[in-house]
Design a protein around this ligand. Structure first.
Ligand code: NDP
Length: 356
């Protein structure tokens, strides 16, 4: 690609989950005309959550997908542009006045960048784990629980996710085994008490999955008690859910951004990374909370600081296309939201991200 084909932007946001969409809304309102590089699938991890009970402003639970749809609509109301492009490489050297980003379709430079690429589920690293993914092995109970109606399933992990998902699975499955490698949960006491109170949940302490049985479909699992070393084949388990934490998505950053031992981007309280002008928000820099409201809050902070950065550095930067933000009139926004509500009721699996 020649120099003329490189698109120059003020603010690029990599990732279109709650952190990225919130950053885009704030960035647009600050007048820095953000471009969201969303990857091939919109919405991030939250779209796989069936119900959120703890996002403020929604007294009734709201679906993760529906919440993303509303955030997207709100971003569209401020003329935010979303592109379904995956970032392949970057050059975030701080000796240049612009940051370079190459996607599977385009090349860009940006005055500031916000990274909101999220985190993906960790795997156990067992033979056949990858092959059986989607064929009995799942990393998302809220997505796949319904496939195991009235069947026994197992879930690995002892954190909040495993405990919450075990309770969710217990609504569908005939029996849920929680397989945890220690004799104490890591997750919140209230969630631990909840699973202990469920009649169809059984906890296998000090236990690890040793083997997945089955070629094209999970047929059983072999587990081992790590204290007694006793091995058991659980022949009734055709569904295995793995909830052992998440891995931040930072591969495309080519090592330019500092991370901690867990691979999470290190930021200060203003969401600044080690490179001036590069910010990070959401799960990619948050090993602790993994809450939508926290991700959204950090997205807002990142956008405010990124906008300030762009303004402070604007004198030193060469000509940048600065399309003024034109918030749509309130009446139109309301009408759009109403249409979107009706549409989501009719067609809840059809997230609309097209930008006029
Ligand atoms: P955590 O890191 O908290 O827990 C991971 C669990 O998996 C631990 O019990 C760990 O065991 C176990 N584990 C890790 N690796 C392996 C392995 N290789 N084999 C077997 N077991 C393994 O992750 P979560 O996803 O549960 O939670 C992450 C964060 O998100 C937490 O801060 C949590 O509070 C938050 N969260 C909050 C929710 C909420 O509604 N408030 C819901 C979901 C998550 P061990 O304990 O031995 O280390």
């Amino acid at each position: 690609m020649t120099e003329e084909n490189i698109k120059h932007e003020q603010l690029i946001i990599i990732g279109g989950g709650p952190a990225g969409l919130t950053a885009s809304i704030y960035g647009a309102r600050q007048g820095v005309n953000p471009l969201v590089l969303n990857g091939p699938e919109p919405g991030g991890q939250i779209t796989t959550t069936s119900e959120l009970e703890n996002y403020p402003g929604f007294p009734e639970p709201i679906g993760g997908f529906e919440l993303t749809q509303k955030m997207t609509q709100q971003a569209q109301n401020f003329n935010v542009r979303l592109e379904f492009e995956s970032v392949e490489t970057v050059d975030f050297s701080d000796d240049k006045d612009r940051f370079y980003i190459k996607t599977d379709m385009n090349e860009y430079t940006a005055e500031a960048v916000i990274i909101t690429t999220g985190a993906e589920p960790r795997t156990l690293g067992l033979d056949k784990e990858d092959k059986l993914r989607g064929n009995g092995v799942s990393y998302c109970a809220t997505c796949d629980a319904a496939f195991f109606k009235d069947q026994p399933v197992a879930i690995v992990g002892g954190g909040d996710t495993a405990l919450w998902e075990a309770t969710f699975l217990a609504k569908f499955a005939s029996k849920v085994y929680i397989i945890h490698r220690r004799d104490k949960f890591r997750g919140a006491k209230i969630l631990g008490n909840r699973v202990k109170a469920k009649e169809n949940i059984e906890i296998l302490w000090d236990t690890e999955v040793k083997e997945l049985v089955g070629d094209n479909k999970l047929q059983a699992i072999k587990v081992i008690n790590n204290k007694t070393e006793e091995e058991t084949v659980m022949e009734d388990v055709n569904g295995l859910f793995i909830a052992i934490g998440h891995k931040p998505r930072t591969e495309c950053l080519d090592g330019f951004i500092e991370t901690d031992d867990g691979g999470y981007i290190i930021t200060d309280k203003h969401q600044r990374t080690n490179v001036d002008g590069i910010f990070a928000a959401g799960d990619v820099q948050d090993p602790d909370y993994r809450q939508v409201v926290v991700a959204a809050g950090s997205g807002a902070k990142a956008a405010i600081k990124a906008s300030e950065y762009i303004e402070e550095n604007s004198d030193t930067l060469s000509e940048t296309e600065n399309i003024p933000v034109q918030p749509i009139p309130k009446e139109k926004a309301k009408a759009d939201e109403k249409n979107s509500d009706n549409k989501s009721k009719d067609d809840n699996l059809n997230l609309t991200l097209n930008i006029d």
